[in-house]
Design a protein around this ligand. Structure first.
Ligand SMILES: NC(=O)c1ccc[n+]([C@@H]2O[C@H](COP(=O)([O-])OP(=O)(O)OC[C@H]3O[C@@H](n4cnc5c(N)ncnc54)[C@H](OP(=O)(O)O)[C@@H]3O)[C@@H](O)[C@H]2O)c1
Length: 172
C-alpha cells in the first residue's frame, strides 16, 4: 500500500545580487543580463513562486507558467485568478504544502529574502561582478551555515553587461 506521508518541501531562494549585495534600485533591477533571465525561467517554470508586494508590482503581472503567491499586509489587495495573496511568509509556505509542491522558490525582494533566509534549504545566487548603488540588498549569509555545491562562471558579452557566476549553496 502506498504511504500517505506528506512530501517534504524544499525552499529555494533565487536571486541576482551584486558583489556588494545590492539587488535593486527604485523598485527595478539594475543590470541587463539575458543569461540570468533564462536561468530564472529555467528553474522557476512550473513551480510556485513567493514574492513581496513590491516585487510583484515591479513585474506588473504574474509570470507565465508559474503560480504566484504575493505577500502583503493589505487585506484588499487582489491578483488574477489562479494566483494567491497571503499576509505572511508562513501562510505562503503552508499554502505551497497544501498544494502538494515539493519545491518552492522565494523570488524577492529584499524584505522577503531577509525573512525567508532562516526557512531556506537552498540558495541559487547569480553573483554579478559589479558594485552598483542601490536601495535594496540581499542579506549577508553566514559562511558557516552554507556550502557551495555548484559554481559556473561566465564572461560578459553583448547580451550580459557584467561577468557573473551561477552559484548554488546548500545548508552546511
Ligand atoms: N535582483 C534580484 O534577484 C531581485 C529579485 C526580486 C526583487 N528585486 C528588487 O527588490 C526590490 C523590491 O524589494 P523590497 O524589499 O523593496 O520589497 P519586497 O520584499 O518585494 O516587498 C515588500 C512588501 O512585502 C510585504 N511584506 C513584507 N513583509 C511582510 C510581512 N511579514 N507580512 C505581510 N506583508 C509583508 C509588504 O507589502 P505591503 O506594503 O503591500 O503591505 C512590503 O511592503 C526591487 O528593486 C526589485 O527590483 C531584485
Amino acid at each position: 500500500m502506498q504511504s500517505k506521508k506528506s512530501k517534504v518541501l524544499t525552499v529555494s531562494i533565487i536571486v541576482a545580487k551584486a558583489k556588494n549585495n545590492v539587488i535593486g534600485k527604485d523598485n527595478q533591477l539594475i543590470w541587463k543580463l539575458s543569461a540570468d533571465l533564462k536561468h530564472f525561467k529555467k528553474h522557476t517554470t512550473g513551480h510556485f513562486i513567493i514574492m513581496g508586494r513590491k516585487t510583484y508590482e515591479s513585474m506588473g503581472k504574474p509570470l507565465p507558467n508559474r503560480t504566484s503567491i504575493v505577500i502583503t499586509r493589505n487585506s484588499e489587495y487582489s491578483i488574477p485568478e489562479g494566483h494567491y495573496i497571503v499576509h505572511d511568509l508562513q501562510d505562503a509556505l503552508e499554502l505551497t504544502k497544501k498544494n502538494h509542491q515539493e519545491k518552492v522558490f522565494i523570488i524577492g525582494g529584499g524584505e522577503i529574502y531577509k525573512q525567508a533566509l532562516a526557512f531556506t534549504d537552498e540558495l541559487l545566487i547569480t553573483e554579478v561582478d559589479c558594485h552598483p548603488e542601490g536601495d535594496t540588498y540581499f542579506p549577508s549569509i553566514d559562511p558557516e551555515d552554507w556550502k557551495i555545491v555548484q559554481k559556473e562562471t561566465h564572461q560578459k558579452d553583448e547580451k550580459n553587461e557584467y561577468d557573473f557566476s551561477f552559484i548554488t549553496y546548500k545548508r552546511a
